[in-house]
Design a protein around this ligand. Structure first.
Ligand SMILES: Cc1cc2nc3c(=O)[nH]c(=O)nc-3n(C[C@H](O)[C@H](O)[C@H](O)COP(=O)(O)OP(=O)(O)OC[C@H]3O[C@@H](n4cnc5c(N)ncnc54)[C@H](O)[C@@H]3O)c2cc1C
Length: 429
């Protein structure tokens, strides 16, 4: 059973305005498949640049990862990837563009929220990445210096300051990125959809695209009750691409991420734990991430080994994890529990793929997509509309992950081993 309706965000976001399903034949410059942040941000910025654009969403806006995530606005790639790593991996031209965009991505989200007056509980309270071991303290300290050299507003907090910000004295210090923060992601997605409509985007919900036919240099995208003819197609389907374009699906591992929101806590508790409402995601291999919801609940989540009753096991596991971190806390109970799918790439970098002439896919923000998809969408729109410089990611052909069926088991195999190592390092520390 799908858990979208069980999420805290479904309970908190203002009711959705349903959009019509595609019921005729439509002609546009660009069709975007997928109504998550990536599709919506690209569509909004394209429409603002005068390009005619349609978005076809298979279910409803935000139904994918965008409406189900924790709402951390994180101006950073995965923990293992700092600015210098990007340069080593991508070479100076693309790397500098990508690093600069990642560094600005928090401001891009919050500026857009302000610009569009989006009602999505946005709090630019900063983002904290505490180090769970001395070795990781050295890593985040190096990261801080790399970002500072680029003029990004980040600082290192010492052990005492970190304990004060977290409300628990379990870390060696932390990287603090001022431009980060938190939002209600479903409300943000719905607000972006409203802005898309206002900008002239043709937005269709309940419109799963089932296939594509070539027409001249462009494409006809097929849905059950109509079709969209477009000069160009962008797949923004993330981990849910499935059989629509098998070569894109083969280039990622879809991973299921679990999320809980506890009962509500009183003001006294909220003033002790994360008193400045900064979302926290630490350096463990299996990251401990925690934030306050707008209505006073603690939210956390992560992976559990796949199998029956996984949601129930996640509820128990993450409630216990919260209780371990915050021992004085009234026993956490999972009042809401839900799951979503992220697209994991083999090296944790996002991908911009050329699937066929005039058909691209942009995918793979690896669980760090709230800020990055918004920022990438803006840049991709500029690139397509010819109003920006070259895009920030190199375009490549989809590359199948070797032994993908086995690789799909990787999160479950990786998890117990990583948790064991995290626990050992924390105990030593
Ligand atoms: C539980 C969870 C917690 C997370 N927490 C965070 C966080 O705190 N911070 C952060 O930065 N990132 C987080 N992420 C990652 C972040 O949510 C994603 O990187 C981001 O939302 C991806 O956006 P997207 O638009 O690329 O994809 P999605 O939001 O997944 O959108 C893809 C859309 O494509 C649609 N679609 C698929 N196939 C078709 C088709 N054939 N026809 C039409 N439509 C189709 C789907 O219905 C879906 O709506 C989290 C993810 C999960 C699952």
């Amino acid at each position: 059973m799908d858990t979208f309706a069980q999420s805290l965000w479904s309970a908190l976001a203002r009711p959705r305005i349903p959009r019509p399903a595609l019921a005729t034949d439509v002609d546009v410059d660009i069709l975007i498949c997928g109504g998550g942040f990536m599709g919506l941000s690209t569509a909004l910025h394209l429409a603002r640049a005068g390009v005619t654009v349609a978005v076809a969403e298979g279910k409803e806006v935000g139904f994918g990862a965008s409406g189900r995530n924790t709402g951390f606005v994180v101006p950073s790639l995965k923990t293992a990837i700092g600015p210098e790593d990007v340069i080593d991996r991508m070479g100076p031209i693309f790397a500098e563009r990508l690093v600069s965009l990642v560094g600005q991505s928090g401001d891009i989200v919050f500026d857009l929220v302000r610009d569009l007056s989006l009602d999505c509980d946005a709090e630019q309270s900063g983002w904290l990445q505490p180090a769970h071991s001395r070795a990781m303290l050295a890593v985040v300290d190096r990261r801080a210096r790399e970002w500072q050299r680029r003029g990004t507003d980040v600082v290192m907090l010492d052990r005492a300051a970190t304990a004060q910000q977290v409300g628990a004295d379990v870390y060696h210090g932390a990287l603090f990125v001022r431009s980060g923060g938190q939002i209600n992601p479903l409300a943000y997605a719905r607000g972006l959809a409203d802005a898309c409509i206002a900008a002239g985007v043709h937005l269709f919900e309940d419109t799963p695209i089932s296939g594509f036919e070539r027409t001249g240099n462009g494409w006809r995208a097929l849905a059950s009750q109509g079709s969209v003819r477009a000069k160009r197609v962008l797949l923004a389907t993330n981990g849910l691409v499935g059989a629509l374009v098998p070569e894109v699906d083969a280039s990622i591992i879809p991973a299921r991420v679990f999320q809980i929101a506890t009962q509500r806590y009183d003001c006294a508790t909220q003033s002790q734990i994360l008193p400045n409402r900064m979302p926290v995601a630490d350096t463990r291999r299996h990251t401990f991430a925690v934030r306050w919801s707008p209505d006073g609940r603690l939210m956390t989540g992560g992976l559990v080994v796949a199998g029956p009753r996984a949601v129930q096991r996640a509820q128990a596991k993450f409630s216990e994890r919260l209780a371990r971190f915050f021992p004085g806390l009234e026993k956490p109970q999972a009042a809401h529990a839900w799951t979503g799918t992220i697209a994991v790439t083999i090296d944790s970098y996002p991908r911009f793929m050329s699937v066929a002439p005039n058909m691209d896919a942009i995918i793979g923000c690896n669980g760090r997509g709230v800020a990055l998809t918004t920022a990438l969408g803006r840049e991709l729109a500029r690139h397509y509309a010819g109003t920006g410089e070259n895009f920030v990611l190199p375009q490549e052909k989809p590359k199948a992950i070797p032994m993908r069926r086995l690789a799909a088991l990787a999160p479950s195999l990786w998890l117990p081993f990583s948790e064991f190592r995290d626990a050992r390092e924390s105990a030593r520390a």
